[in-house]
Design a protein. Structure first.
Length: 301
């Protein structure tokens, strides 16, 4: 269970007002406690996670039972990584390398207070270094990307070796049928904690790429239709040749797909149907009792 950032604060529009600082701080702390209960494995850093500055983020990371990851975020004074640059986690005998990138474009200019005391190294250069370091030690490489969807696509085209990119910061989108570029699967769910993405992967062949099971089903259905059309009476020779050619191409594509690692991807809406964990609900209720939402004025008729 992982996240690619912008998890602790609302969308940044400027420094937090002094009278809201306690409320915002306690909400971020509550979120970390909730993620601990949920059993998170890793959190990538987003630009909005730096809303209260690097010192606050480093301090709150100590309360997490999972690592904060950032491969290209460095402390300006010491030159050292601000957080753990990557994580290697073994699951069912498969070694998974997880790293994280933050786009410097989301913290523009030296005047952005979130950038104070930080150096953000170039994402593509950092990704290349991470792949080089992780490849000999892992079977599968996962990037928690806070670059945006278009840069994710460009990175997948430029650099091989990243098997899965879990993206964020783009306009809200649910990629229920994720794009596969070269041998990289691009995953993404919409923002604000309204959805969860669940990927099930059968991983047996390290170098053979991936295919979406729904794509395979679509190919199989198309092939069945083509076979049925070939038996239709009244086909001209030209039509028969065209259908036969399409059938051969479909069989070839299906054969190529079946040599790869299959996965399914589900986007789950987190609505009232899903029961709240009682301990988490208690924390949320206590927070709301301390900081009730302001009542919105009723518009005049």
């Amino acid at each position: 269970m992982v996240d690619a950032g912008d998890l602790l604060f609302k969308k940044y529009s400027g420094p937090v007002p002094e009278n809201e600082l306690k409320m915002v701080t306690q909400k971020a702390q509550m979120i970390i406690e909730v993620l601990n209960l949920m059993g998170y494995d890793a959190l990538g850093i987003g630009d909005d996670d730096l809303t209260l500055g690097k010192e606050f983020l480093v301090e709150i990371s100590k309360k997490a039972k999972f690592p904060f990851l950032s491969s290209n975020l460095f402390d300006e004074a010491s030159g050292k990584p601000l957080f753990q640059p990557y994580l290697i986690k073994e699951i069912h005998g498969i070694k998974i390398g997880i790293f994280s990138l933050l786009s410097p474009d989301f913290l523009p200019g030296s005047t952005d207070p979130r950038r104070k005391g930080l150096v953000i190294r170039p994402p593509v250069e950092t990704a290349t270094q991470m792949v080089k370091e992780l490849q000999p030690r892992t079977d599968l490489i996962l990037l928690l990307s806070h670059l945006g969807y278009i840069p994710d696509v460009e990175l997948a085209r430029k650099l091989s070796g990243i098997h899965i990119i879990l993206g964020s910061h783009s306009p809200p989108m649910n990629l229920s049928n994720p794009q596969i570029i070269r041998d990289t699967v691009l995953l993404q769910t919409a923002s604000k904690g309204m959805y969860a993405g669940k990927m099930d992967l059968t991983f047996t062949q390290k170098e053979s790429g991936f295919y979406n099971v729904s794509t395979k089903r679509s190919l199989e259905s198309n092939l069945t239709n083509l076979k049925n059309r070939l038996t239709s009476p009244g086909l001209s020779e030209t039509e028969r040749l065209q259908i036969q050619k399409s059938r051969e191409q479909a069989e070839k594509t299906l054969g190529e797909v079946q040599e790869k690692n299959p996965f399914t991807n589900m986007i789950l809406p987190l609505n009232e149907i899903i029961k709240d964990h009682p301990d988490i609900q208690k924390m949320v209720d206590e927070y709301k009792s301390k900081y009730p939402e302001p009542v919105k004025p009723v518009p005049p008729k």
